[in-house]
Design a protein around this ligand. Structure first.
Ligand code: IMP
Length: 178
């Protein structure tokens, strides 16, 4: 990896093999739980893009893919607390079984907003699949039905996650130097 990208990285928290196995495991579980249904997988851009692509390759039932962009973090490491839809879905969610695919649940503010929004629009069910859960930081009652790893209260980057738009292309989840 480029020296420049690794310069501010303290260590790798979750490596490629752990991610690969987790996507397989979650994909199998979701495919079995939603067998006979046609869920709509909503990718929350941009942070979830790597996880979404790897997870969906492990889903073996009929399903549809959609993308949404939400902003709650201006720049830097702390949430502004203000949630905004930056890019909306291109499909109706009424009567659909939705699985929101998210990179990380931190305070839970973003997901609480999104779950409520999709329910208000008439979704039959809304569940969350999150790769990472920073449970210590939770401020809202948001509990992903499917989750990859519970992580400590550290700022992480890589595998889609950024710090000021940098590091998203690292293939592993890494802890950033503070
Ligand atoms: P929440 O609304 O506080 O739960 O924040 C969720 C969003 O904050 C995630 O989708 C990420 O985009 C971002 N976020 C939270 N923690 C981190 C982190 O450790 N690294 C990078 N982004 C983070």
């Amino acid at each position: 990896m480029e020296e420049d990208l690794m310069h501010d990285i303290k260590c790798v928290l979750i490596d490629k093999e752990q991610i690969r196995k987790k996507c397989e495991e979650l994909g199998k579980k979701i495919s079995s739980d939603y067998c006979g249904k046609k869920p709509l997988f909503v990718c929350v851009l941009k942070g979830s893009v790597m996880f979404y692509a790897d997870l969906l390759r492990n889903i073996n039932i009929d399903c549809e893919l959609e993308f949404m962009a939400i902003s709650s973090y201006g720049t830097g490491k702390s949430s502004s607390g203000e949630v905004k839809v930056v890019k909306d879905l291109n499909t109706k969610v009424e009567g659909r079984d939705i699985i929101i695919v998210e990179d990380i649940v931190d305070t839970g503010i973003t997901l609480m907003y999104l779950v409520n929004l999709l329910k208000c629009r008439g979704a039959s069910s809304v569940e969350i699949c999150a790769l990472l859960d920073k449970i210590e930081r939770r401020e809202r009652e948001v509990y992903p039905k499917y989750k990859g790893f519970v992580i400590p209260n550290e700022f992480v980057v890589g595998y889609g996650l950024d710090f000021n738009e940098k590091y998203r292309n690292l293939p592993e989840v890494c802890i950033l130097n503070s």
